[in-house]
Ligand binder design. Structure first.
Ligand SMILES: Nc1ncnc2c1ncn2[C@@H]1O[C@H](COP(=O)(O)OP(=O)(O)OP(=O)(O)O)[C@@H](O)[C@H]1O
Ligand SMILES: [Mg+2]
Length: 202
């Protein structure tokens, strides 16, 4: 077995065609809280992955227990590492795919909770991973915050191209989700609030 990544929460090991995501102990957390957080996030991630596998492309869950999920290993390109090197046509396609995928999730009332390009893998199609912070919600606000996080992630990681990426994303998102326009106008409110908060902290 080979360690392929160490995330903020988990250690990821490759075992032939599968990947083990094991949530490790965090010594800065109280042991009881730590154990309950690891269990609940693992359970939540496995449950959501199974639930949405027929809605969007996600790795197949093979087995799971309290702190480990064994899932299909996606031998593709992690978007955080490759997006900047794509040509404009490829970027456009990927942004549209992100828009369509988030649209489908939100139409199913699933909030991803950590929409960054290190949680997206391009293989035969675009896959989303890392559903440990995901939850069910019908609220426009939760969907707008989900997109706000994506926008911030694009701005910080892909700052040279983020405006174009986000423009294509929003077009596709509203095309594939009939409540999409409502969510995007709430996003403006969320952003204004953020600016106000930042100003008042100065
Ligand atoms: N099914 C998979 N197939 C291939 N690679 C994967 C898979 N799942 C995770 N990875 C790789 O491991 C990394 C970390 O996985 P994941 O995002 O699920 O965990 P995390 O602890 O939340 O990490 P982070 O703190 O980086 O978000 C991913 O960015 C990706 O490179
Ligand atoms: Mg991640």
């Amino acid at each position: 077995m080979k360690i392929i990544a160490r995330g903020a929460e988990a250690i990821l090991l490759r075992k032939k065609e599968s990947l083990l995501k094991k949530r490790v102990k965090k010594s800065y957390r109280h042991p009881l809280l730590d154990s309950s957080l690891r269990k609940s996030r693992t359970r939540r991630e496995a449950r959501i992955l199974n639930k949405i596998s027929n809605i969007v492309a996600v790795p197949k869950v093979l087995t799971s227990n309290e702190e480990t999920i064994e899932m299909e290993f996606l031998n593709g390109k992690l978007l955080s590492s490759y997006l900047d090197s794509f040509n404009s046509k490829q970027r456009k396609k990927v942004s549209q795919d992100i828009g369509k995928t988030v649209a489908k999730l939100h139409a199913a009332n699933i909030i991803h909770g950590d929409l960054t390009t290190s949680n997206m893998i391009l293989k035969d199609k675009l896959y989303f991973i890392d559903f440990g912070l995901s939850f069910h919600s019908t609220k426009v606000e939760d969907k707008a915050v989900d997109i706000h996080l994506l926008k911030e992630a694009l701005n910080s990681k892909h700052f040279k191209i983020s405006d174009n990426l986000f423009k294509e994303f929003t077009k596709s998102y509203s095309k594939h989700y009939n409540e999409g326009k409502k969510v995007l106008s709430r996003l403006e409110v969320v952003e204004k609030r953020g600016r106000y908060k930042r100003k008042s902290m100065l």
